[in-house]
Design a protein around this ligand. Sequence first.
Ligand SMILES: [Zn+2]
Length: 406
Amino acid sequence: MLTGLAGLTLSSAMLVGCVDQTKIVEKPTKVDAFLERVEKGEPMPVEEILAYIENDRDAFNGWGEGYEFPVHPAEKHLKGWTIVLDPGHGGDAHKKNWKRGPTGVREAAINLRVGLILKALLENSGAQVKLTRADDSYDMSLAERAEVANTIVRKRDGGVGADLFVSLHHNASGPTANYTTVWFHGPVKWSEPDLDPAKYVAHELGWALRTQVAKTSPIMNDQQMYAKGFGVLKMTRVPAFLCESSFHTNPDEEQRLRDAEYNLREAYAIYKGLTEYAYGGRPTQEAPNVKIDGSEMVIETVLDDGSDKGWWGHDKERTVASTVNVNVNGVQAFAKYDAKSKKLIAKVAVADLPEAESYEVWVHHQNMFKHSNYPQRYSVAFSEGLVDGAKAESKAMLVKRNGIED
Ligand SMILES: [Zn+2]
């Protein structure tokens, strides 16, 4: 077992500021048919997840005196979020020397354990969570994993598409490397809703696992690694990132990863990063009204800075005015934002726009936490063309990804 148990609780408490509830898990009893219950979507307490890991003695060490994981005071801000967790790989136990540490710990098994614990932590906060795989018997294709996030129905509003997709992996290299990286896809300007949560999670992971922080950038573009990027991130059309939390090929790290407590430590860091992100809120806006007025296309919407509507002063200015920006098919609009009414009016000269069946309106703004809005793109179509008085239908578009047509 790790000797740093007290460190997890104490340090978390220091960072959080105050801890309103601490759970202490006693030695568990064996749980049968556990994975079938996860598959059915039954809510699964963290205690049961840890009990499951304890029972899988082939790959993992035993149980300690009890684990502590303080509930983050701000976790209520995750309530209603729809999050898809993707434990990487799977179904490779029969493959010799395939994605294993020096003594045989499989990356796929670690990814699943972290995913199971994280699911329980997030569900405790009121989030809707789906695992792409809740079992270690098969390896889903990357397209199937992305599809889970792209098509999930949100319980919150009945809409389609997860709020976040988080792929869980561990890295491989020589015996000395052991740093944390969190990966996003595409140009930074397309990736703000991916980057906002990724940076919180990257910092929490590096800190919690005590990996080689500052050796390299904690967040990285997947096209640094492969020209086309990571398939799973490229095909996921909702805000997404991929964690390479630590290196299972580092002999010391591999032994730590055997421990249920260490798996909890990792899952807890991701939970904490996501909570800190949700705490600051994700800005959004009403679907824009788009019309032609004389010689101009006029786009009107009302911004929502994403902060808690119950907070004192929530109606005060929380949008960073300099970040408000609108363009149509890349043509810069003249945007006027009124901080009091939160109304945004943007105009583009029709003469500057090409003739097209539909137009892409890009709306951008950030709140005082510098969190970017989502969605950012709308498809706008005028059935009668760009004639004076015409009104358009506007429809939110998925996240833009390199090489994938809308
Ligand atoms: Zn992997």
